[in-house]
Ligand binder design. Structure first.
Ligand SMILES: Nc1ncnc2c1ncn2[C@@H]1O[C@H](COP(=O)(O)OP(=O)(O)OP(=O)(O)O)[C@@H](O)[C@H]1O
Ligand SMILES: [Mg+2]
Length: 105
């Protein structure tokens, strides 16, 4: 069983200007002890994917419209918020993009 498995993830944002499809069917897996780098141009959905995995997506305007996020086999998208909160921080963490402002260099 993978540590993390993201399957066909879809995320969209509902704004005044319409619906923005930010993530369109992303799938990947990460094994324990493995490092995965995701590359893509600015705005291609890397941060939004990470926010969805962490459960810190702004909803609204964001909405996860499809897919599964399995953490040690458990679908995080079907887990109640209190159980997700117990995973976040203890077993899963995120270093934010502007690392110099969130980490002591
Ligand atoms: N809160 C939001 N409201 C509306 N649109 C958003 C919001 N957050 C992200 N988006 C849109 O989602 C898309 C994906 O953005 P994201 O930040 O994931 O890109 P990225 O791949 O991390 O880019 P970068 O390399 O610049 O960090 C972009 O089109 C962005 O404008
Ligand atoms: Mg980003």
């Amino acid at each position: 069983m993978s540590l993390l498995e993201v399957r066909d993830l879809h995320v969209e944002f509902h704004t005044r200007d319409g619906v923005a499809q930010a993530v369109n069917g992303v799938s990947f897996g990460v094994e324990a002890g493995e490092t995965l780098a995701v590359l893509g141009e600015s705005g291609s959905g890397k941060s939004v994917t990470a926010q969805a995995v962490m459960g810190i997506l702004d909803m609204p305007p964001g909405r996860i419209t499809g897919g599964e996020i399995l953490f040690q086999g458990q679908d995080l998208l079907r887990l109640p918020e209190d159980k997700r909160r117990r995973i976040r921080g203890a077993r899963m963490a995120m270093i934010f993009q502007d690392a110099l402002s969130s980490l002591n260099p």
